[in-house]
Design a protein around this ligand. Structure first.
Ligand code: DAH
Length: 345
């Protein structure tokens, strides 16, 4: 038997001796180094020796050496699988006076929390919460809401089309139609959800954001009910002292229509350079109005018997205002440093 083969036997014995004592992954690595270390590894040196053998011995010795190498490699893999990983923390965990690791529990997103606060106020007034599809037909998103094809009001609700008939809804208003088709008055609902517009992202715009829609239909409903309910809602959300104002506006599905502004809670109208309200002292948060008789006709509700009011509020922009957040994009970046501020327990 050649000297090399003798060494193989000797090293096999050595390997078995070491491997029988191994417990940790770190020790497997040490053993690997003992055999395969780049300069002094036992096998590395044997391969060096192989080069010096006379050609007639080289072939057989080379085969034996390669087989041995594979054998050791396979055993190292097995040892690696069996050995434990011992992390430095586990070692110091024996010191019971050290503070423990606190797991991070998931928590609702700030926009979810804000939406829930809104729902709670309306539910306390007897409203129910509804939802509808985010992919809508042109009929529900526009036509049934009294936007005929080519009506110029469609321009400010430009959106992402899936094909000629299907689009990503531009507002939560189509769900008004879906609900009125199914339920007869009295109706008292809110509809929170995602909406989509063709927007370029900037500090106050994103192509996707949240709205909450409201709808009340019954006999004898007047603009006074709209004003009273929205005033109650905004005071419940921002506190009794908040001032609000109704401005005339236009929406194809309401007549008359209004936009509602609330007093700037940052400068109270005192700072002409206020970054939140632009110095006007007011911030628009919702659109509203009395349901247009044509909308009732589209869903077979008799406008001679019934009347109603509706509103649509931007959840993101109202939350930005309430929490004084200068960037709508913060809500969607998933930065835990931002998100955790809303869940102090
Ligand atoms: N859908 C409108 C928008 O997205 C908001 C709105 C205005 C909703 C008046 C209403 C309403 O229900 O009555 O800008």
């Amino acid at each position: 038997m050649s000297i090399l083969e003798n060494k193989i036997r000797e090293y096999r014995h050595l390997f078995e001796e070491h491997s029988s004592k191994i417990k940790e992954k770190r020790e497997v690595e040490e053993l690997r180094q003992l055999f395969f270390g780049r300069k002094k590894g036992l096998l590395t040196l044997l391969f060096e020796e192989l080069k010096t053998l006379p050609p007639e011995e080289k072939k057989a010795a080379g085969r034996a050496l390669n087989e041995f190498k594979e054998e050791i490699q396979q055993q190292l893999v097995q040892l690696e699988l069996k050995a434990k990983t011992v992390r430095p923390q586990e070692k110091i965990a024996e010191d019971l006076t050290l503070p423990g690791w606190k797991p991070y529990w998931g928590a609702p997103h700030p926009l979810t929390l804000f939406q829930l606060a809104i729902e709670k106020i309306f539910v306390s007034m007897g409203f129910t919460v509804e939802d509808g599809p985010e992919i809508e037909t042109d009929y529900y998103n526009f036509e049934a809401l009294n936007f005929p094809p080519h009506h110029p009001a469609r321009d400010s609700w430009d959106t992402l089309y899936i094909n000629d008939k299907l689009l990503l809804r531009t507002h939560t208003s189509p769900v008004q139609i879906r609900v009125m088709e199914k339920k007869k008055p009295p109706i008292r609902i809110i509809i929170p959800g995602k909406v989509f517009r063709r927007e370029t992202a900037d500090p106050t715009h994103l192509p996707m954001f949240y709205q909450v829609e409201g709808l009340v239909v019954d006999r004898g409903i007047t603009f006074a009910h709209l004003k009273g309910t929205l005033e109650y809602f905004i005071k419940a959300l921002f506190g009794e002292k908040i001032k609000l104002r109704f401005r005339p506006s236009f929406f194809p599905f309401t007549e008359p229509s209004a936009e509602v502004d609330i007093e700037c809670i940052v400068c109270h109208g005192q700072d002409p350079a206020c970054r939140v309200c632009g110095g006007s002292g007011w911030k628009e948060i919702l659109g509203a109005g009395m349901v247009d008789p044509q909308v009732f006709k589209n869903v077979n509700i008799d406008p001679e018997k019934y009347s109603g009011w509706a509103f649509g509020l931007g959840i993101d922009r109202t939350a930005m205002f309430a929490y004084q957040i200068p960037e709508i994009r913060y809500f969607y970046e998933n930065d835990l440093r931002f998100l955790r501020q809303f869940n102090r327990k």
